[in-house]
Every structure is written in structure tokens, then in C-alpha cells.
Write a protein that binds this ligand. Structure first.
Ligand code: G5P
Ligand code: MG
Length: 227
């Protein structure tokens, strides 16, 4: 069996983690897991973790480490036969250490996007809650305004994309991410990509991953459902 590949994509809110992970999942057949999607699914299902998480997300704060690790690590431990890409976890040094005790990462992608670009993008972002599909009114608008392309259902804006929550999220990211970035740098697995446009960054990520994992057909792609 081919060696399994474990990767993480990090970056501030709106940096393109979701957009780029979808492309990676499609091009390389990795299972994509998104910590934000797990949290939102738990909120929608009204689980204990979801009810607690909502009180933090509404204020633009990170969900506490013990809640995140309890939600995500068991899911990763089950994925013994899949190569995967984790979007949005770890977010703190404590989470990175917890992940480290569960598995060895092969690669970490860090997105470095200017603050002004992030603010513009997020205020224009709309989501299809059932599928997690993300639209941007300038970059990738839906075919019909306010409607998901596939299901035709209404699009919504996240509570945490509203202005007050957004400023707090961006400010907080840098402080909290620095020790994680230093940790992965010291392990020699960190790759940082800087720029203002995803379409310009993507070819560099694509060619890096082409040297690490074989390409696969789009039909191998899978989205991991809620546990
Ligand atoms: P999330 O859901 O992980 P964030 O805050 O990390 O949320 P977000 O907002 O999902 O990050 P992203 O995935 O980095 O952003 O970016 P994206 O969605 O792909 O792109 C942003 C927008 O820009 C989209 O509309 C996209 O179409 C557009 N876009 C992309 N590229 C371009 C471009 O080149 N040009 C233009 N014009 N537009 C572009 O986490 C949510 C919350 O959950 C909690 C936290 O409270 C968090 O705030 N949480 C955690 N808490 C603790 N620990 C964890 N590990 C947690 N994980 C989640
Ligand atoms: Mg995202």
C-alpha cells in the first residue's frame, strides 16, 4: 500500500484555506477535513460541544482547546487508511501538541495574506450551509444571486464574518499562530505561500504537492461527513 500522506493547511480567517483545500482534495484525492465545518455541523446538530462552541464563535473567539481536540482527534484516529488534509486545526500550540501525539505530519502549508485583502474577502463571503460550498461575490459568485449552484438553496453569511467578530479574529490569529509556525519550521515541514490572489498561489502549492503525492482522478475525492 502507498504511504499515507498527512497534511495541515493554516492561515488567518479568509486566507483561502477552504478554497485551496478543495483544490488539493480534487487534484490529489486527499480526504479533506475542516475544523470550522465540524464546529458548524455540531452547532447545527445542537450537540453539547456545538452549543458551547457557538458562544465563542459569535464573539470571534477560538473554541477552547479541549472542545476542539475532543471533536477532531478521534476522527483522525479513525482515518488509518486515508491520506488527509486538515483545514483549520491546529490553531493553538496546545492543539499542535495534541495532534503531534496522534500522528506524524508530512507537510504544513501556511498562507500569508495581507490584512486588507482578508477584510475585503470575508465581508463578501456567502456559504451554502448544507454542503459547506463557499462563494465570494467578486471571486466566485453563484450563478444565481443568493442561491447555491447545485441545490438552488439559499446562501447565508456566517455570524463570524460579521464586522465585529472579524476584526477580533484577524488580530488574534497572528499571536496564536506564531508558536505553531515556529514548531513546524523547526521540524522542517513548513511551506509558506504569500500573495493576494489564490489563483496565483495555487500553481506553487500544486507543484509542491506534485513532488510529494501522486495525482489522482477527481472521482477519488471525498468529503468526510460528521462523526
Ligand atoms: P473556520 O471555518 O476555519 P477561519 O476563520 O479560519 O474559519 P475561513 O473564514 O473559513 O477561516 P478560509 O477557509 O481561510 O477562511 O478562506 P476561504 O473560505 O477559502 O476564502 C475566504 C473567502 O475569500 C471566500 O469567499 C473565497 O471564495 C474568497 N477567496 C478565496 N481566494 C480568493 C481570491 O484570490 N480573491 C478573492 N477576491 N476572493 C477569494 O473557523 C470558524 C471558527 O470556528 C472556530 C473559531 O471560532 C473560528 O473562528 N474554530 C476553531 N477554534 C479553535 N480551534 C480550532 N482549531 C478551530 N477551528 C475552527
Ligand atoms: Mg474555511
Amino acid at each position: 500500500m502507498a504511504k499515507l500522506f498527512r497534511a495541515v493547511i493554516m492561515g488567518p480567517p479568509g486566507s483561502g484555506k477552504g478554497t485551496i483545500s478543495e483544490r488539493i482534495a480534487q487534484s490529489f484525492g486527499l480526504a479533506r477535513l475542516s475544523s470550522g465545518d465540524f464546529v458548524r455541523e455540531n452547532i447545527a446538530a445542537n450537540t453539547d460541544a456545538g452549543v458551547l462552541a457557538k458562544t465563542y464563535i459569535e464573539r470571534g473567539l477560538l473554541v477552547p482547546d479541549h472542545v476542539m481536540t475532543r471533536l477532531l482527534l478521534p476522527r483522525l484516529e479513525e482515518m488509518t487508511r486515508h491520506s488527509w488534509l486538515m483545514d483549520g486545526f491546529p490553531r493553538t500550540l496546545a492543539q499542535a501538541k495534541a495532534l503531534n501525539s496522534t500522528c506524524d505530519l508530512d507537510l504544513v502549508i501556511s498562507l500569508n495574506i495581507p490584512y486588507e485583502t482578508l477584510k475585503e474577502r470575508l465581508s463578501d463571503r456567502w456559504i451554502h450551509p448544507a454542503s459547506g460550498r463557499v462563494y465570494n461575490m467578486g471571486f466566485n459568485p453563484p450563478h444565481v444571486q443568493g442561491r447555491d449552484d447545485i441545490s438552488g438553496e439559499p446562501l447565508i453569511q456566517h455570524d463570524d464574518d460579521k464586522p465585529e467578530a472579524l476584526v477580533a479574529r484577524l488580530r488574534h490569529y497572528k499571536d496564536v499562530a506564531k508558536p505553531i509556525i515556529d514548531l513546524y519550521k523547526s521540524k522542517g515541514i513548513l511551506h509558506t505561500f504569500s500573495g493576494t490572489e489564490t489563483d496565483r498561489i495555487w500553481p506553487y502549492i500544486n507543484s509542491l504537492l506534485s513532488t510529494k503525492i501522486p495525482s489522482t482522478s477527481q472521482t477519488d475525492t471525498q468529503r468526510i461527513p460528521m462523526p
